[in-house]
Design a protein around this ligand. Structure first.
Ligand SMILES: [Zn+2]
Ligand SMILES: [Zn+2]
Ligand SMILES: [Zn+2]
Length: 428
């Protein structure tokens, strides 16, 4: 049975803070270069975006859409915000169902505001789940652990959040600041499939597909996707891939203005006010998960949980390798294109192609990809809304040195923090 690389969460230009370049043809093209097989129509409750989808996509089978020039498959899905500020992903059989969902959601909010691609609805998760069920769709929480819009920011339990529909929730999306290790520290999550998707706001391959889920199914369509979530027959998720959670914007507890890191105890003692700049301290995903896990850091997963592959975008690997010598974006893009032209797409380049073959395109970058595959990457953790920073090492000794610096709160090769932060080692 074939497996498909899927990124079923990103946004079109009506969702706010999104690149104006986001359009179906460009997404179809860039997804193919990334190595994604299946993406999503996204923001499907917005009138103008829905129209854009209908004009640019052809239905090749029931609920399966393609742009005429590209192989990328589009399934139908969208994201909404409820009245408790929790964000949800919804998947539907086809665009007719999206139109039906749109009509049912119209009484609960403005769906067509120029920024309403991800609409804010006046209903609770239970009511939303009831409506989605009526149109035959599936729903689950997205970026479930993030401090503003994740289900775990507002509820202690996914099942309880959805009330009488809690038992029918089959997936949670992890978001960029968590991985399977962190998510499975919360025992409730052992019943859920994990989705890892990009939530990208731009079509370029260092963003789209920066997280993806590999799904085994007969063919990519809504019913096969549903079967994979029910783990029926051979259908199942076979890989979650995404950023190291330390790269996520909300991984560590930190100030939302000056990004200074704090421990949970410090945050409470300071009453969430940053003593350096008076900003607000945002509780990080790592600390929120530790709270819900009641401090138990032991790695444990249900039998069906697939491996989690930490990713670095190829453009970032190139930048980290040649950045000092060739800082122009053009230089990075040129090398990126050479790799992708040679090996077909980015995912195949960074995960599957033998290093000896990669060397024929660019020796130093090939060595960086080799280091990345060996896990020789140190991370200065993100927090407070600022992404973390990766550093590629070229030996175990260099990796240990980088990790030691980061543990002391030093950003390798750059600024020193004024006060020591909590040691990363404390979190395992
Ligand atoms: Zn969201
Ligand atoms: Zn989103
Ligand atoms: Zn601050």
């Amino acid at each position: 049975m074939p497996e498909f690389n899927c990124d079923l969460h990103y946004h079109g230009p009506y969702a706010g803070g999104v690149s104006k370049n986001m359009s179906i043809p460009l997404i179809a093209e860039q997804a193919q270069l990334k190595g994604l097989d299946v993406v999503v129509t996204a923001d499907s409750t917005h009138k103008d975006w829905l129209q854009h989808c209908k004009e640019n996509l052809v239905e090749t089978e029931n609920g399966v859409y393609k742009h005429e020039k590209f192989n990328t498959i589009f399934l139908v899905g969208t994201e909404v915000q409820d009245q408790t500020r929790v964000h949800h992903l919804i998947y539907l059989e086809d665009l007719t169902r999206a139109q039906e969902l749109r009509e049912k959601l119209l009484p609960f909010g403005n769906l067509d505001h120029v920024m309403a691609g991800r609409p804010q609805l006046q209903l609770n998760p239970e009511k939303l789940a009831e409506i989605v069920e009526k149109v035959g769709g599936i729903v689950g929480p997205t970026h479930s652990f993030t401090p503003y819009f994740g289900v775990y920011a507002h509820y202690d339990s996914v099942e309880k959040a959805y009330g009488q529909f809690g038992r029918s929730i089959s997936f949670i999306e992890l978001g960029l600041s968590a991985d399977s290790y962190f998510a499975d520290l919360i025992p409730e999550n052992h019943q859920y499939n994990f989705f890892t998707f990009s939530d990208s706001h731009s079509p370029w391959p260092h963003r789209i597909g920066r997280e993806f889920t590999k799904i085994k199914m007969k063919k990519p369509d809504f019913n096969e996707l549903k079967k994979a979530l029910e783990r029926k027959g051979e259908n199942k998720i076979t890989l979650n891939a995404g950023l190291n959670p330390r790269e996520g914007k909300y991984h560590a507890t930190a100030c939302n203005l000056c990004y200074h890191h704090f421990s949970l105890q410090e945050m409470r003692a300071l009453n969430w006010k940053c003593p350096h700049c008076n900003g607000t301290i945002k509780r990080g995903v790592r600390d929120r998960i530790m709270e819900l896990a009641k401090g138990d850091k032991t790695e444990k997963h249900p039998d069906f949980r697939p491996p989690y592959q930490h990713l670095l975008p190829l453009a970032e690997i190139i930048q980290l390798t040649v950045g000092g010598k060739d800082p122009t974006l053009d230089g990075v893009q040129r090398i990126w294109k050479e790799f992708v032209n040679e090996f077909g797409n980015e995912i195949r380049t960074i995960l599957d192609t033998p290093v000896a073959e990669l060397e024929t395109v660019h020796k130093e970058v090939a060595h960086s990809i080799d280091s990345f595959r060996k896990g020789w990457v140190a991370y200065y953790p993100g927090g407070g809304g600022k992404y973390g920073a990766p550093f590629i090492a070229h030996s175990v000794e260099e990796l240990n040195r980088l990790n030691a610096e980061i543990e002391k709160g030093i950003l390798p090769g750059a600024i020193k923090q004024k006060t020591p932060q909590k040691k990363l080692g404390d979190f395992g």
